[in-house]
Design a binder for this molecule. Structure first.
Ligand code: CTP
Length: 372
């Protein structure tokens, strides 16, 4: 369903409501033109709340940031700074142009006016600005972002967009899933030609982690596959849905990192999960033996692949510990060494399988094992 957008005066009122400190921001600009930009404008038009605010200054963003005081994190290369203003995090950048020395390279930036700044951006829906404090508070929307947003269209601003920065194709899948957008035919053709091979593994990974962090991550993953941006392993889409489902409830939500588990699905990096899913442990101790070395994400992947037995492992068996320890065995005359560890393991196995219970029985079992 195409998103609905609201009128500009409502947007401004929402902005003032969300950031009562707006006047401080304008003061700090000291006469330089200042704009609300990017996803902030998009989200305000959609009536979605945000805790961060993207602001562009036609001037030195670093100076504005230092006038504002507060916690400041400078990112010099891209002439941006972050300040905390009341409850809002403000990301400040200088209006700029970006050029790319090679496909996938980080951009070289130079100061430029707001129109050039808008034309360097990824999608029309992210290339609208709301001027602050000036005489004309109207939305500046030279690329038709507002009507694209209302019509549910994902559209690039220029046809080198994914060549300059292939992470934008991943961003595109994220926005399409989140807002129910569909690429226009030209953007779709460009998406299909995207080569993620020109960016580093780190950039690819961090952009994918932004995608998997979305509530609609499974849909976004499916788009990566159907647009041909990522070669998904067979069954990845279904597995992503199952993982997301699993991660929405107890006990998995508190155990594993959903974003990383979904990333593993995209990368086909399932570790021992398929083997765990194929296993049929005959007893609690066997399930502990099998699952012990796996990471929480591998466990949720295995559960999503069908390892039902992991439910009781996770809620119950993995928490079982002995009441006795090595000192109890030493006190009972068992010499320190590997035999002691084996004896404790044996007692734990028997406890897990319900053969013994209570401290005395544990000690007896461990001593029997230690004495062979
Ligand atoms: N941008 C871009 N190309 C990129 C990354 C960002 O053109 N590869 C521009 C877009 O205009 C985007 C803005 O920079 O709107 C800010 O980027 P970012 O903070 O990553 O996204 P948001 O717009 O805040 O959107 P969201 O966090 O909701 O994804």
């Amino acid at each position: 369903m195409a998103p609905w957008t609201r009128p500009t005066d409502e947007v401004l009122a929402a902005l003032e409501g969300a950031v009562p400190e707006l006047s401080q921001l304008l003061e700090a600009a000291d006469g330089a033109d200042m704009y609300v930009v990017g996803g902030t404008v998009r989200d305000l038009l959609l009536g979605r709340g945000r805790t961060d605010l993207d602001i562009a200054v036609a001037g030195d963003a670093g100076e504005v940031a230092s006038r504002l005081g507060g916690a400041l994190t400078g990112h010099e290369r891209f002439s941006t700074a972050t300040v905390q203003l009341g409850a809002a995090r403000i990301d400040l950048g200088s209006t700029r142009r970006e050029t790319y020395s090679a496909p996938g390279a980080l951009p070289d930036v130079a100061p430029a006016g707001i129109n050039e700044d808008l034309s360097r951006r990824d999608f029309t829906v992210n290339a609208m600005v709301l001027p602050l404090g000036g005489a004309d508070p109207n939305l500046l929307d030279p690329h038709g972002g507002r009507s694209d947003l209302a019509a549910g269209v994902l559209r690039v601003i220029h046809d080198r967009s994914f060549i300059d920065d292939p992470t934008r194709a991943l961003r595109g899948a994220r926005y399409a899933a989140r807002f129910g957008l569909e690429p226009d035919p030209e953007t779709f053709a460009l998406l299909r030609q995207t080569d993620l091979g020109t960016i580093s593994a780190d950039r690819r990974r961090s952009e994918l982690l932004r995608l998997t962090a979305e509530p609609m991550a499974s849909e976004a993953i499916a788009l990566l596959g159907s647009w041909g941006i990522v070669d998904l392993p067979p069954g990845a889409q279904r597995l992503a849905e199952k993982v997301a489902e699993q991660m929405a409830g107890h006990p998995w939500s508190a155990l594993a990192d959903r974003d990383r588990a979904l990333l593993a699905v995209i990368e086909g990096d399932l570790g021992p999960a398929p083997a765990l899913a194929a296993a049929t442990p005959a007893s609690p101790s066997e399930s502990v033996e099998l699952a012990r070395g796996a990471s929480p994400e591998e466990l949720v992947l295995a559960r999503a692949l069908g390892a039902d037995w992991l439910e009781s492992y996770v809620t119950d068996h993995r928490h079982v510990v002995l009441e006795i320890n090595g000192e109890d065995l030493i006190a009972a005359g068992v010499p320190e060494g590997p035999a002691m560890g084996a004896a404790l393991s044996d007692a734990l196995r028997r406890k897990l399988d319900g053969e013994i219970s209570g401290r005395e029985a544990e000690l007896e079992a461990a001593l029997a094992a230690a004495r062979g």
